[in-house]
Design a protein around this ligand. Structure first.
Ligand code: 6MZ
Length: 346
């Protein structure tokens, strides 16, 4: 590893936008494929390699394949513990994992046991002594509409109360071309009222301006992507003003957006717009398995694309601490950790 790559690996990092089933590494995928040879699934169906691109539609097909491979409690436990260990090995000190609870009749997986298993994985990693704190967001898949969204919020609320603070919020995700946020608003309002934090995918594709305007009224605690919010991308100053006024941090995933073709190239990524505004922007991976990346690489890419020196990169990773959903005491601990790890010369 060259010296620059080492800097990014050793940089303490906060990962706030990671979908569990999109984060499954090649090695874990190999174990899953071996467990289920009858499915005839190959690696090329579960990841988008270097230099490759897919439409966003095709990305959502990839998730369907992965879901076939991850359909028992045993699979979820393995996937979640592997993902957490990999983030820890990449220098991530605080991770928020998000996942959509699924029911699988054939394997008796229930939404309840799905979340329980994810929490068990987090606890297991904690007991291994890994240097990473992990929290969980329960995801609403926008395609499933009002009722399922409401059930998901109820489930998240139960776990928020019973998991000792490990479940901290709700994620709204799924294919952005399907469904409409207006049907999900009551569930999101309920979540907010019971103390769950909200991270919402907003304006990931151009057609969502009206929806974004509506959902920004909640307001959410963080925004996933927000690619088409600002005027240069067909959004509006009105939307930008709402985001800025409420100081809502953005979770930005460079490789995901470029490989999923919602952004034409790294240099045209909206990181530039929000970073220049001085608005809280957090570099994240989205789906490190599907997009074949890791958080160190994403920081390095942001730095080389937007000409950020080590000091600016350090600041970026440090400022992400203020955007986490965990309790204040953990924020303080993380700030302390960053102070201890900061190199003398940057
Ligand atoms: C929107 C995404 C996404 O929940 O099964 N997901 N939603 N935009 C994206 N950009 C590429 N990437 C992942 O993880 C997979 C699920 O996360 C959401 C989709 O709902 C996908 O099915 P889980 O762990």
């Amino acid at each position: 590893m060259d010296e620059d790559a080492r800097f990014y690996r050793e940089l303490p990092k906060v990962e706030l936008h990671a979908h569990l089933n999109g984060s499954v590494s090649f090695v874990t995928m190999e174990k899953l494929i071996k467990r289920k040879p009858h499915l005839n699934i190959e690696h090329s169906m579960t990841a988008i390699g270097k230099g490759q691109r897919r439409t966003l539609d095709e990305c959502f097909e990839v998730f369907k394949v992965i879901h076939k491979l991850v359909d028992t409690e045993e699979d979820i436990l393995m996937v979640a513990t592997d993902v957490i260990r990999e983030f820890a090995a990449d220098g991530v000190k605080y991770l928020e994992l998000r996942s959509t609870p699924r029911e699988e009749k054939d394997t008796r997986l229930t939404k309840q046991s799905y979340v329980e298993t994810a929490i068990k994985a987090i606890q297991q990693c904690k007991s291994e002594g890994l240097d990473i704190d992990v929290r969980f967001l329960v995801a609403i898949d926008r395609r499933n509409g009002t009722e399922v969204a409401m059930e998901t919020v109820k489930l998240a609320e139960e776990f928020m109360l019973s998991s000792g603070g490990l479940v901290v919020g709700i994620d709204l995700s799924g294919d952005p071309t399907v469904g409409h946020g207006k049907y999900l608003l009551p569930a999101l309002e309920k979540a907010k009222n019971c103390g769950l934090k909200l991270s919402l995918h907003l304006s990931e594709v151009p057609s969502q301006l009206e929806e974004s305007d509506l959902l920004l009224n909640l307001p959410p605690d963080r925004i996933g992507h927000g690619t088409f919010l600002h005027p240069e991308m067909g959004g509006s100053q009105h939307l930008v003003d709402k985001v800025v006024k409420n100081n809502i941090p953005l979770e930005l995933c460079l490789t995901s957006n470029v490989k999923g073709q919602t952004v034409p190239s790294y240099s045209q990524h909206h990181f530039r717009y929000w970073y220049q505004l001085g608005h809280p922007s957090v570099i994240c991976t989205d789906d490190k398995g599907v997009f074949c990346t890791d958080l160190s690489q994403e920081y390095q890419l942001a730095a080389s694309t937007f000409d950020l020196g080590h000091e600016a990169v350090w600041k970026l990773s440090q400022q992400a601490i203020d955007c986490i959903f965990a309790e204040e005491a953990l924020k303080e601990q993380l700030k302390q950790k960053w102070n201890e790890l900061q190199p003398q010369v940057l």
